[in-house]
Design a protein around this ligand. Structure first.
Ligand code: LLP
Length: 420
């Protein structure tokens, strides 16, 4: 459920008509709805109400905009970060350091040091090598880094191969069969307070069964570790719950997920952490775009050329992902179109032979469900710059990220004297 809906024939974000934002800010532009973010945050929290004091750490990579993080901070959310940059954003948004979890397969020494300097709540260690390094840095400072060991449970999340993270061949975590041995080695270091395990098996997961299978593997690991004398007080179950991208598509609800988690983790006696990203932000954003022109196709549907492109919203080009496309002021007529951006690559295609609202040059449209992994994956390919982001709150809105145009990017470049 989101707060983008037609009123008197005009698509609104909450109480703000999208044509107003297009006029005042320009297109393309990402538009987020505060009420939707809050609704999703509440729904997820309510779904976990049966658990004792879970930590919900928003996966910052899904939408790292400071204003978005601030909305979630006010909802009591922590942050799951995967780089020093994300950590700095979470802190800048006022998220308490002890609610920050640091995941990621390639944390640099400088990033580990930053996490220790900031006294973040948890490091999710992804390899024995990383664990040794973190232990040594922390011990030299006379502290013990709070940590979980991320395991790779070798479970197929049945999602797109590029966003599956819990199969044996994926680079994440340590293999389950080595987990006991690695845990024992790392737990012995003074520089680590190794207090549990973490998993995250993939993203846009549409079926609860693989998640439950992974949680079952965690359960036996935890019981083995306890038998071996380790104190296990924390388990991080990651994120990954999918969202509907097409009208009418039905996915497991947060409530169903919560019920499954409560069942699967019964009797674990640990503090659970969750790292939802897409579930919170996905349907809280749209990419608002204007049709540049409609070009007759060679042999088939016309090309609806919009001013947004794969550099602004990479998901269709990268994963063949579907995003619903709707007119801002639909006439009721339909067309079949190939919806494409202006970039010089055939891959810059949002949809092929798509049945959509009929549009002509100058009309506005939106790509839906663009609030997660939209702006955060943008590039400046074709020297197109970065599009602005707007946050709507009832009848008001604010530009929460400026447009960074090609000229601003060029300013960071220089031609050396010896070439001039
Ligand atoms: N925790 C960890 C350790 C992760 O790696 C991720 C996502 C999450 C949490 C959040 O997952 P979510 O709840 O959002 O599914 N760019 C891709 C998605 C990549 C996800 C990477 N990791 C896409 O646009 O579909």
């Amino acid at each position: 459920m989101d707060h983008f809906s037609l009123r008197d024939g005009v698509l609104h974000a909450e109480d703000v008509p999208l044509p107003r934002i297009a006029e005042e800010v320009g297109t393309p532009v990402y538009v987020y709805s505060r009420a939707t973010l809050e609704r999703h945050a509440r729904e997820f929290r309510d779904a976990l109400a049966q658990l004792a004091d879970p930590l919900i750490a928003f996966a910052v990579k899904a939408n790292p905009n400071l204003a978005v993080l601030k909305v979630l901070q006010k909802q009591g959310f922590g942050a799951d970060v995967v780089s020093g940059g994300e950590m700095r954003r979470a802190l800048a948004a006022g998220i308490a350091p002890d609610k920050i979890v640091f995941s990621g397969v390639g944390k640099t020494r400088a990033e580990l040091e930053l996490g220790l300097d900031e006294r973040i709540g948890q490091f999710n260690i992804e390899s024995v090598e990383e664990g040794r390094e973190l232990a040594a840095i922390a011990a030299a400072r006379g502290i013990a880094a709070p940590a979980c060991l991320r395991i790779n449970p070798d479970v197929d999340a049945k999602t797109h191969e590029k966003i599956s993270t819990g199969k044996a061949e994926n680079k994440f975590g340590v293999p389950l069969i080595l987990a006991r041995e690695i845990f024992a080695e790392l737990a012995a270091f003074d520089g680590l307070n190794l207090r549990g395990v973490a998993i995250h098996i993939g993203s846009q997961i549409a079926d609860l069964a693989p998640l439950e299978a992974a949680f079952d593997k965690v359960e036996s690991l935890v019981s083995d570790l306890r038998e071996a004398g380790h104190r296990i007080t924390h388990v991080d179950l990651g994120g990954g719950l999918g969202v509907p991208y097409r009208k009418g598509e039905v996915l497991p609800s947060p409530a169903e997920y919560g019920a499954m988690v409560a069942r699967a983790t019964k009797g674990w006696d640990v503090r659970l952490t969750f790292e939802p990203g897409r579930l919170i932000a996905g349907n809280a954003g749209v990419l608002l775009t204007r049709v540049i022109r409609v070009k007759r196709g060679g042999n088939g549907a016309p090309f609806l050329i919009v001013d947004a492109a794969m550099n602004d919203l990479a998901r269709p080009a990268m994963y063949g992902a579907w995003h619903d496309f709707d007119a801002v002021t639909p006439s009721g007529e339909r067309m079949t179109a190939n919806i494409v951006g202006p970039i010089c690559e055939t891959g810059d295609t949002f949809a092929t032979d798509r049945d959509c609202d009929a549009l002509v040059a100058g009309d506005l449209g939106v790509f839906r469900t663009a609030g997660a992994y939209g702006a955060s994956m943008a590039s400046s390919y074709n020297s197109r710059g970065f599009v602005p982001e707007v946050l709507v709150d009832g009848g008001r809105y604010a530009v929460v990220a400026d447009r960074i145009d090609a000229a601003a990017i060029m300013e960071a470049e220089r031609v050396p004297d010896w070439l001039a």
